[in-house]
Design a protein around this ligand. Structure first.
Ligand SMILES: [Zn+2]
Length: 267
């Protein structure tokens, strides 16, 4: 497999979303030699109870860059404000420009239904950008000079945080990825977001930021264990976008054959 020219991009609405959703899988792909990019559409300017928007977005950009250094990934930010990520013409062009600047071969992002509208809209914007990127007459020049992308990339949706949709119904993933030996790295990456960790620690009195990630990874590990018929400590889980023109083969199962467990109920 040509790892040199095939870039992998994970996009979250806010700094730290990618860490929760899929950073274990990204560590596995880095081990295979792939160039990994992490992008956030929002700048994290509402993730505080003490700083101004400008201060917290500066702090969170620094934290996001540190987190990417743990992974060995390139950091990108579309610099939108939190809670104002909308599916409008300008934001579609901005998101497409971001993809064009990277030209990814594979993209991971939020699922279409999640607990927060910013996450759902990011999912749709990323899905659109994957399709719009190669369309030469789609003009994104006001957000930079990047040329059209060379292809529609593979697109995977992570599980909604907590595993349920807005009605509280459990979302059944298509497959799991065994990240049992990546949990420590995932924790290190997440711990780079010190402002969020401190905020939750002050509020809950415990290290809820890292604890919640561990609980969630272990819960998916239990689901993966049931699907695999063997014990697995931690997992992440995904569904693949297979709409018209998107690559349909499960490339993650091909790249990580010993790690990917298909969910029988999804078949
Ligand atoms: Zn978020």
């Amino acid at each position: 497999m040509d790892t040199g020219t095939r870039k992998i991009l994970a996009v979250g609405a806010h700094p730290d979303d990618v860490e929760f959703m899929c950073s274990g899988t990204l560590f596995l792909l880095r081990r295979l030699g792939y160039e990994v990019h992490v992008a956030t559409l929002g700048n994290g300017d509402c993730g505080t109870a003490e700083h101004s928007r400008e201060e917290i977005s500066r702090i969170r950009r620094r934290e996001a860059v540190s987190a990417c250094q743990v992974l060995g990934a390139v950091h990108n930010c579309a610099d939108l404000s939190d809670l104002t990520i909308f599916n409008d013409d300008a934001t579609n062009r901005r998101t497409t420009a971001l993809l064009r600047g990277i030209d990814p071969w594979m993209v991971l992002t939020h699922p279409p239904a999640d607990y927060l509208a910013d996450h759902e809209t990011t999912s749709l914007l990323v899905r659109n950008a994957c399709f719009y990127g190669p369309v030469r007459n789609y003009d994104t020049s006001s957000f930079g000079p990047a040329p059209a992308t060379s292809r529609i990339p593979y697109l995977f949706y992570a599980q909604p945080l907590g595993g349920a949709d807005m009605f509280g119904r459990r979302v059944i993933p298509e497959f799991y990825v065994d990240i049992s030996d990546c949990l420590e790295q995932k924790e290190m990456m997440l711990a780079s977001h010190e402002s969020q960790r401190a905020w939750l620690r002050a509020h809950h009195g415990v290290d809820e930021y890292l604890d919640s990630m561990r609980r969630w990874s272990q819960e998916l590990g239990r689901e993966a264990s049931r699907a695999a018929g063997r014990p697995m400590a931690c997992a992440e889980a995904f569904r693949q976008h297979r709409g018209h023109a998107y690559p349909e083969d499960n490339i993650l199962a091909h790249l990580l054959p010993d790690r990917v467990i298909l969910e029988p109920r999804y078949q």
